[in-house]
Design a protein around this ligand. Structure first.
Ligand code: DMJ
Length: 542
């Protein structure tokens, strides 16, 4: 009896164990199937999102993801032999927009890009009204100039489209004479910042192509120096033949020859070839040593502006190691304050005017001059601003640039004039815009000023001003079929379009708007990045 019961119990135990094993086996199979399903589902979602723009979410992917993707999905067939480059710094991560205003700016960028893609792809600039294009450079200007804005906004599809065009179609040696300064700040600057923001690794195919094309373009542009008898380059150069000349009475303007150094120094740093930095910096040194004996006019507007900007920005880029750049900046700002910084009548609005070749003060301020706020803020943030004078001046410039937008359309005109006549009549206007100066190219400088001021002060009014300017752009400059257009007269609500979307509109104006409206003011921090004059971020040396 006893052994029989024992046998039965053993039999039951064996059966139980078998059932247990089978159950575990079945659970295992179901689990594996679930995993396989999840894997294929996620891959499917990802590939359809990448192919279908409508499915792309506003919350873009980080540049790190872009970098990972290019790494796995591209074959580097003709890679340069590269040394084992170590990343100098971790590439920044861009999360995409985090609030509705930023999302609206991203949408505007996509509208600009879509119009350009439809009617002008591969050409320099879109003419949105006639749905045609302009080609003054033959360098796909809008793509290269706007690439880093797409990256910063987290737009993976536009980023990829831009990178693929640069890889497959950008010829940096067209038989074309181009302006050295414009090509450097927009195209060389765009390629370099693209390199930095897509991973900064010469072993990654896209990064490598960006650097390769930047280097070839740098070589072509340097011919403008070779053809000059002095350290000051010719203003124009043929990118294929190397012929260089200065069409305007053999003059190169101050801004043209001193707004190349951030870009060429960065190129030297990346390639290890010092020539780019040395040749261009010789021009800066030459200006530094020269005595200003004769002058046409003194202005911080067109043809001079970014000379001042690059004094402080070069000083920052080189980790504050070249004292004379800092000293020249401080001295220039003292002179600006003494000779150009004035108050209008009757309300005492501060502005930056000009001095004519006859040494008269001329109460006129270009929209371009609004950039100066940014340079003064940088001076303040880097302890060059005793008594907060620079910050105060930066704020006054920010205010007067806001006043420029106080008109029926809410867009900024090209130039504003000021009343200087003493009068007790307080109903008299301090400012006026001449009809010839009333057009708007949708320039960035006022928004750039508010971006820097917001970073320095955290005063929300700057975000509000930027947002109002954006709303005006949407209302008056947006072309339904795609793109945005410069407009003829900001003083009239009944606008006439100029049929031109400047490359700096998506590249610079929308970038500064996006950054100004960001909840996260730590993106591209100003102690680690310096924005070139076309808003392309380049790293400050480690
Ligand atoms: C841009 O190309 C740059 O900002 C340059 O420094 C000045 N002009 C345009 C924008 O206004």
């Amino acid at each position: 009896m006893k052994s029989r019961r024992g046998e039965r119990e053993r039999f039951v135990r064996i059966m139980e164990k078998k059932v247990e094993e089978r159950t575990l086996f079945l659970i295992g199979i179901v689990y594996m199937q679930l995993l396989a399903f999840l894997y294929f589902y996620l891959n499917f979602i990802e590939s359809t999102e990448a192919l279908n723009p409508k499915r792309q979410k506003f919350f873009g992917k980080s540049s790190e993801q872009v970098q990972i993707r290019q790494n796995i999905s591209e074959k580097c067939s003709d890679c340069l032999p590269v040394s084992n480059t170590k990343l100098k710094r971790a590439p920044p991560i861009f999360q995409g927009p985090t609030n509705d205003r930023q999302r609206a700016v991203v949408k505007a960028f996509q509208h600009a890009w879509a119009g350009y893609k439809k009617y002008a792809w591969g050409h320099d600039e879109l003419r949105p009204v006639s749905q045609r294009f302009d080609d003054p450079f033959e360098l796909g200007l809008t793509i290269v100039d706007s690439l880093d804005t797409a990256i910063i906004m987290g737009l993976e599809i536009e980023t990829r489209e831009g990178l693929e065009w640069i890889r497959d179609s950008l010829n940096v040696s067209p038989s074309r004479s181009v302006n050295l300064f414009e090509t450097t700040i927009r195209v060389l600057g765009g390629l370099l910042s693209g390199f930095h923001l897509t991973g900064e690794d010469k072993n990654l195919p896209f990064s490598q192509i960006l650097l390769e094309k930047a280097t070839k373009l740098g070589d072509n542009l340097l011919k403008a120096f070779e053809k000059s008898k002095s350290p000051v380059p010719k203003s124009d150069v043929n990118l294929q033949t190397g012929d260089a000349f200065s069409p305007n009475r053999d003059f190169s303007s101050l801004a043209e020859v001193t707004t190349l150094q951030l870009e060429f120094r960065d190129l030297s740093d990346l390639t290890g070839d010092k020539k780019y930095e040395e040749v261009t910096f010789n021009a800066s040194k030459h200006i530094h040593k020269a005595k200003c004996l004769e002058y046409d006019a003194i202005t911080l507007g067109a043809r001079a502006d970014s000379y001042y900007e690059y004094l402080i920005k070069q000083w920052l880029q080189t980790k504050k190691s070249i004292d004379w750049l800092r000293d020249d900046f401080i001295q220039s700002m003292k002179a600006v304050k003494k000779h150009l910084y004035r108050q209008s009548q009757p309300n005492g609005l501060w502005f930056i005017g000009e001095v004519t070749e006859y040494k008269d003060f001329y109460p006129k301020m270009d929209h371009l001059v609004c950039f100066l706020s940014g340079s003064l803020v940088l001076s303040h943030l880097n302890s060059l601003d005793e008594n907060n004078e620079h910050l105060e001046m930066a704020k006054q410039i920010g205010d007067i640039c806001h006043k420029m937008y106080d008109n029926p359309t809410g867009l900024g005109p090209e130039i504003m004039h000021f009343n200087m006549e003493n009068s007790s009549d307080i109903s008299k206007e301090d400012t006026y815009v001449k009809s010839l100066d009333a057009h708007s190219l949708l320039r960035p400088e006022a928004i750039e000023a508010w971006f820097y001021l917001y970073r320095a002060t955290k005063d929300k009014k700057y975000q509000e001003w930027g947002w109002s300017a954006f709303e005006a752009i949407e209302k008056y400059a947006k072309v339904e079929s795609g793109g945005y257009s410069s407009i003829d007269n900001v003083l009239r609500k009944k606008i006439r379009r100029r049929d031109k979307m400047e490359s700096f509109f998506p590249a610079e104006t929308l970038k500064y708007l996006y950054l100004l409206l960001s909840d996260d003011q730590e993106i591209l921090p100003l102690d680690r990045w310096v924005f070139n004059t076309e808003a392309h971020p380049l790293p400050i040396y480690n």
